[in-house]
Design a binder for this molecule. Structure first.
Ligand code: NAD
Length: 297
């Protein structure tokens, strides 16, 4: 079984590493948090003293870090992964970061003789725990083929999105669509309420009509119609408003860099910014309904 070095064992990385251990891989991990490392050891993994040591211990190195600057530091910093990883090894960054950083770090890795993929995920902590994540992968076809059996231990849907950086591009485009469509559904239900149209009635009609979308039928932001949606548990997060804001900002950054016009994405980023600044960052992103409608439940 492939030995894996895992750096970044937080809400997502912890359960992902646990699934690799369950599948029989040897996992040597590093995190700045001692508690996260304790959890890895409790799940059967090995504790590394540094990111360098974790990288040196794996034929495959996986990183799951908060944002672009952390990825740059861990890969390119003094004594970073690009100095310490095994030469024949494969580097997979699963963090959600900006496309530019993903491509820059991917190029530095290639220049240093490493195979590297960007492989951000969707599916949240639930998907990470259940091993049902979707991986969107950027890099060469040959490197993707090497990574696929490993990613399958942590996910259900593994898609090659094209060359380096395209995994991140897919992630932010998808999440920009999601952020916009969630706001659209919230506005529709908020208007219905003001017009005296029952939420369940609108759901019964719209979920079978042209307004149908994932934000409505799988994750309805109004309590009632979809029992499994966070609206029915006080908007306890599956995916926080703060994380949605992060991804919408990444989409805006990418759009500006690429000269793309994304006015709805820009509006969605502003609205999620207002919602987060009003103290709702830790709530599920579907709590946008509560924010827009002014409802308290
Ligand atoms: P998290 O903050 O829980 O975990 C990040 C971990 O990285 C922390 O434990 C932190 O201590 C560690 N870390 C930071 N700098 C480090 C360094 N230099 N060396 C070693 N460890 C370091 O975040 P998370 O929720 O696990 O998210 C990780 C990534 O996954 C983010 O990019 C996020 O956008 C993305 N993501 C998260 C979700 C989600 O629902 N949580 C869903 C999809 C994608």
């Amino acid at each position: 079984m492939t030995a894996i070095g895992f750096i970044g064992l937080g809400n997502m990385g912890g359960p992902m590493a646990a699934n690799l251990l369950k599948a029989g891989h040897e996992v040597t991990g590093f995190d700045l948090s001692a508690a996260a490392l304790d959890q890895l050891v409790a799940a059967g993994g090995k504790r590394a003293a540094s990111a360098i040591a974790a990288a040196a211990a794996g034929d495959v190195v996986i990183t799951m870090l908060p944002a672009g600057p952390h990825v740059r530091a861990v890969y390119l910093g003094e004594g970073g992964v690009l100095v310490s990883a095994r030469k024949a090894g494969l580097l997979i960054d699963c963090s959600t970061i900006d496309v530019e950083t993903a491509r820059a770090v991917g190029k530095s890795a290639a220049d240093a003789g490493y195979a590297m993929l960007d492989a951000p995920v969707s599916g949240g902590v639930g998907g990470a725990t259940a091993g049902t994540l979707t991986f969107m992968v950027g890099g060469t076809a040959a490197d993707f083929a090497r990574a696929e059996p490993i990613l399958q231990k942590m996910g259900k849907t593994i898609v090659h999105a094209g060359p380096s950086g395209n995994g991140q591009a897919a992630k932010i485009c998808n999440n920009m669509i999601l952020g916009i469509s969630m706001i659209a559904v919230c506005e529709g239900f908020a208007l219905a309420e003001k017009l005296g149209l029952d939420a369940q009635r609108l759901f019964d009609i719209s979920s079978k009509s042209s307004g149908q979308c994932w934000s409505m039928t799988n994750y309805c932001p109004v309590p009632g119609p979809v029992p499994t949606s966070p609206a029915n548990r006080d908007y306890k997060a599956g995916f926080t408003a703060e994380m949605m804001l992060k991804d919408l900002k990444l989409a805006q950054q990418a759009a500006q860099g690429a000269g793309a016009t994304t006015p709805m994405g820009a509006n969605a980023a502003s609205l999620y910014g207002l919602m987060v600044n009003a103290g709702n960052g830790a709530a599920d992103f579907s709590a946008m309904f509560r924010f827009i409608s002014g409802r308290k439940d």
